[in-house]
Design a protein around this ligand. Structure first.
Ligand code: DAH
Length: 346
């Protein structure tokens, strides 16, 4: 038979268990054990039916009190767990805005691109336009039109990568020199440009060139040149103009007083021809950087212009060489070595 003492025991047992619960999960288990439909409190209520009316009233009241009490402490404990969970989540997700950031590395332009852009900028400031031409050329533009006929010993100056597949078939095609090659210099763009544009003109042509030769610290089979061409009416332009333009370029490009000299040379497409040397302080040597000269009458003719009316100068400089001098780079092969330790310096 149910008596008051049993009730008080149930109360203190349940109270203790709820207070000691370690998790929400445990708490829900206790709810079922004591307050659920088949829980211990409801069992007591069921047993009431067997008690006398007075006892039923007295004990029934106490059961309700205990039930309410247990419900209250259970709700409180549940709220406590919820609070704890929020606190934990907040501390775990806290963002420390004073922590040092992770630096995202940015890419940058290749030293050869930087040098090319600077060269273009300087010549543009002197009224030159930037023009491009094809890397795959015909024998005509790369050689014949530049006064380097077939079987002429001067062709040996340029070891050539000939392209297979499009061999000229007819005699006519052979005579027109339609054989394909990788251009050995940017000079063919002189012809291409003069065919389509009437002088006066001033252009620079940056671009990739190819030569079938062994590589070493100062030679690559692939390298870069910048071609220059300035054409005016005959009598209005001379070597003096060339010297002034190139002096201005060298001064701006190397940012300072740089010693340079013109040396007589030979190129089939210029007459007279020069080589421009720059005195390099670090090595105490003259470095050959630019080939140049006054455009040969045969070159004008090949481009469809009358050399009696036009005169001009042309030059071709090694972009890699310029970059090597400017940045003190000892080996041309470094440019395409994909070595980040090298590239990160620019
Ligand atoms: N094309 C020559 C070379 O690759 C360089 C050169 C020399 C270009 C004289 C010119 C020039 O336009 O006038 O070696």
């Amino acid at each position: 038979m149910l008596d008051k003492k049993d009730l008080e025991n149930l109360k203190s047992k349940a109270e203790k268990a709820i207070k000691n619960a370690q998790s929400v999960f445990e708490l829900e288990k206790l709810y079922r054990q004591f307050l659920g439909k088949k829980g211990e409190v409801n069992q007591c209520i069921k047993m009431l039916s067997k008690a006398t009316p007075e006892k039923r009233k007295e004990i029934g009241k106490r059961i309700n009190e205990i039930k309410q009490f247990l419900q209250e402490i259970l709700v409180k404990k549940r709220a406590f767990f919820q609070q704890e969970m929020i606190k934990k989540a907040l501390s775990e997700e806290r963002i420390d805005i004073t922590a040092p950031g992770v630096k995202v590395e940015r890419g940058h332009l290749h030293p050869l691109t930087l040098v090319e852009q600077r060269v273009e900028e300087i010549f543009q400031s002197m009224g030159f336009s930037v023009v491009l031409g094809p890397e795959v050329e015909t024998e005509w533009y790369n050689f014949d039109a530049l006064n380097i006929p077939k079987d002429h010993p001067a062709r040996d100056m340029w070891d050539t990568f000939w392209l297979k597949g499009k061999e000229p078939e007819t005699r006519k095609q052979k005579a027109k020199s339609e054989r394909l090659l990788l251009r050995t210099h940017t000079s063919p763009v002189q012809i291409r440009y003069m065919e389509k544009h009437n002088p006066p003109l001033r252009i620079v042509v940056p671009g990739k060139c190819f030569r079938h030769e062994a590589t070493d610290a100062s030679h690559e089979f692939q390298f870069y040149q910048v071609e220059g061409l300035m054409v005016e009416e005959r009598g209005k332009i001379s070597v003096a103009n060339f010297k002034a333009v190139i002096q201005e370029f060298v001064k701006k490009f190397f940012a300072g007083d740089i010693k340079m000299r013109l040396r007589p040379s030979y190129f089939p497409f210029t007459e007279p021809s020069f080589e421009v040397d720059i005195f390099w302080k670090s090595t105490k040597e003259w470095a050959e950087v630019i080939g140049a000269g006054m455009v040969h009458p045969k070159v004008f003719k090949a481009a469809g212009l009358n050399p009696k009316n036009w005169q001009g100068f042309a030059f071709g400089m090694g972009l890699d060489r310029l970059a090597m001098l400017k940045y003190n780079i000892p080996d041309i092969r470094l440019f395409h070595s994909v070595d980040l330790r090298f590239l990160k310096q620019f």
